[in-house]
Design a protein around this ligand. Structure first.
Ligand code: NAG
Ligand code: NAG
Ligand code: NAG
Ligand code: NAG
Ligand code: NAG
Length: 436
């Protein structure tokens, strides 16, 4: 090739290059592919412009890609480049800790769109207990994402309530804050892994609900105000109205009331305060099934607990399950069965031979021998002694298998007749009592 021919070729090549227009992606965010899938949008051949750009509008977050003049792309919310199809800049959500909604919403709104450099990632992280979102060139979260620092590669992947597992609470005050049954709980302003929600109020018009971590929380951690109710059982657990009417099954007998209840529960006579979680109870006592409204429960029934065969529950008609009213007592005597004295809790109960509606178990010690059984099966004298609170030989109790306590120490044979009575009490056959 001669030198002349070579120059001609070079000039032709340069001319071709100049004439070949720049191709840029050309779209705006009315087409969602313009954000999510740039490679699938149409390109345009630029007419005289020398850069491709991607920009986001402040305020609306509208995304535009296209051809532009060199100085038409101010840095900040615009990125430019000058190769074919190079305007593939990633869009991420951007918001700072100064914007409460960054922590308290999923930041899905278009107004948070922010253009970032081509190879950037999107990030969401907790900084000083608040959420910030944006884009990063490197990965400050380390090799693996954590609950409080998350880097991702796809457009706008840094949306969503963050951290994912943060507690959501109802947050409101005054009259619209009484009935929150149709409201959605929201994230607290500050992130606290051990967040609790609270409820406080003096009337239906003055309810306050919020997060224990709020700087102005009415019920902060350590607050001992007895009007403060805190919870962390579920998102939106601080949802009880100042007062609510409740319905429960209400009955007491040994037959129908013991069966699973399938009719409608009956409204309780008094409303229940938000400070009271329990609504209904069911209990087995003396072979009877008892069901009713928790706040109307007779104090004489004792604390509602496993010990008293009582369960409480917290939703309308929740006390419906079938109850086992079979009354049993531990039945043994220590001279025939060593465990009867000190290990009665592990023996297990047996049905009484002669159950009555007012069933009781008894335990006592006569002449060094410990006896346990059903009071209805005992003879007249034993029954008399056990029912006499001044007689320390014997004690009674009223729930199944309640007679497992160790006997109180000093008691002597006070009646020669007792030995005979005992034969009556334990006359029926049981392996446990058979003389070995
Ligand atoms: C992309 O280009 C194709 C073919 O030119 C055209 O049919 C289509 O409408 C264009 N799409 C958009 C979103 O402009
Ligand atoms: C964008 O990324 C390119 C390389 O990927 C880099 O050269 C350029 O400086 C970056 N621009 C900004 C504003 O960070
Ligand atoms: C709620 O009521 C209190 C007491 O009446 C009042 O001081 C406060 O401003 C009210 N808050 C709102 C948001 O209305
Ligand atoms: C239970 O309540 C529903 C709706 O209030 C009513 O239609 C139904 O007849 C009631 N059932 C009984 C057994 O009372
Ligand atoms: C069971 O009760 C019946 C009737 O009250 C009585 O006759 C019987 O003696 C009792 N049996 C025992 C073992 O106490």
């Amino acid at each position: 090739m001669t030198a002349n021919k070579f120059y001609v070729l070079v000039i032709v090549l340069i001319a071709l290059n100049i004439c070949q227009a720049l191709d840029c992606y050309d779209c705006d965010s009315s087409d969602e592919n313009c954000i999510k899938s740039v490679a699938s949008v149409n390109k345009t051949a630029c007419t005289g412009e020398d850069i491709c750009y991607t920009k986001t509008d402040t305020g609306t977050g509208k995304v535009t890609r296209g051809c532009g003049a060199k100085d038409s792309c101010p840095s900040g919310n615009c990125f430019s480049c000058s190769e074919d199809s190079c305007n593939t800049h990633i869009i991420c959500k951007k918001c700072d800790a100064t914007d409460a909604s960054c922590s308290q919403t999923n930041a899905d709104d278009a107004k948070y769109n922010q253009v970032c450099n081509v190879s950037n990632s999107c990030i969401k992280q907790v900084k000083d207990k608040q959420v910030v979102r944006g884009c990063v060139a490197d990965n400050p979260c380390g090799s693996a994402n954590t609950d409080t620092c998350n880097v991702c590669k796809d457009a706008n992947c840094n949306v969503g309530i963050f951290p994912e597992k943060r507690r959501l609470c109802h947050q409101c005050e005054n009259s619209s804050c009484n009935d929150v049954s149709s409201a959605s709980p929201t994230p607290c302003l500050l992130y606290d892994a051990a967040e609790k929600c609270y409820t406080k109020g003096d009337s239906a018009d003055t309810m306050v609900r919020g997060c224990q971590s709020d700087t102005a929380a009415k019920c902060s951690a350590g607050n001992t105000d007895d009007k403060c109710l805190t919870c962390d059982s579920a998102d939106g657990c601080n949802n009880l109205k100042f007062e609510r009417t409740v319905s429960c099954f209400q009955c007491s007998d040994a037959t129908d009331c013991a069966e699973a209840q399938d009719s409608n529960a009956t409204e309780c006579s008094k409303p229940v305060s938000y400070l009271q979680a329990n609504e209904c109870y069911s209990q087995v006592k003396n072979g009877l099934a008892l069901r009713g409204c928790f706040i109307e429960r007779d104090e004489q029934l004792g604390t509602c607990s496993e010990e008293t065969s009582c369960t409480s529950c917290a939703s309308a008609g929740c006390n419906k399950a079938a109850l086992d009213v079979t009354f049993t007592c531990v039945r043994c005597r220590s001279d025939n069965f060593g465990g009867c004295r000190n290990n009665a809790a592990n023996i297990g109960g047996e049905k009484c031979s002669n159950s009555t509606a007012e069933e009781k178990c008894f335990w006592g010690q006569w002449d060094g021998i410990v006896l346990r059984g059903c009071l209805s099966d005992a003879d007249y004298l034993t029954t008399y002694q056990c029912n006499n609170p001044k007689d320390n030989r014997c004690h009674t109790c009223t729930t199944s298998n309640c007679n497992t306590k160790a006997p109180s120490g000093a008691s002597t044979l006070q009646s020669l007749g007792v030995g005979l009575n005992l034969l009556l009490v334990f006359g029926f056959l049981s392996a446990r009592w058979r003389v070995l």
